[in-house]
Design a protein around this ligand. Structure first.
Ligand code: ZN
Length: 129
């Protein structure tokens, strides 16, 4: 909307809510579903910062080293799916977005240091279909 591509700042998924970063990330029911499909409960997060801080505290020790990367992979795929909706009017189902999060993490994991890679492998293992 700021770049005058869209006429409204409403969430493109029909929430009748302003599309803030926090809405797109976790408050949108669609995003909450994606997190839920990945075994993550984000219902208590009130700020973007909570995602990084509380989310990391809530991680199991063997996964903690990869939390920031996991979060960014999820947000990246939510963003891509949001843009497909906005620019192509194509609705990628949450289950597909969740699967894409796993594929993104796999792709990115080859660039990680050993301790991060081990943590990512645990996330990927847990996200198996
Ligand atoms: Zn929404």
């Amino acid at each position: 909307m700021k770049q005058q591509i869209l006429a409204s700042d409403e969430c493109p998924f029909g929430c009748s809510t302003s599309e803030s970063a926090l809405h797109l990330a976790v408050l949108c029911p669609r995003s909450a579903t994606i997190f839920q499909l990945l075994g993550l409960n984000v219902s208590n997060f009130q700020t973007m910062s909570d995602l990084f801080t509380i989310g990391k505290i809530s991680c199991l020790p063997d996964k903690k080293n990869a939390w920031d990367l996991v979060l960014i992979a999820i947000m990246w795929n939510i963003w891509i799916a949001r843009n497909r909706k906005v620019f192509d009017d194509h609705n990628i189902p949450p289950v597909v977005v969740a699967r894409q999060c796993r594929e993104t993490l796999k792709l990115w994991s080859c660039r990680l240091k050993n301790n991060e890679k081990q943590a990512v492998d645990h996330w990927i293992e847990d996200w198996r279909d």
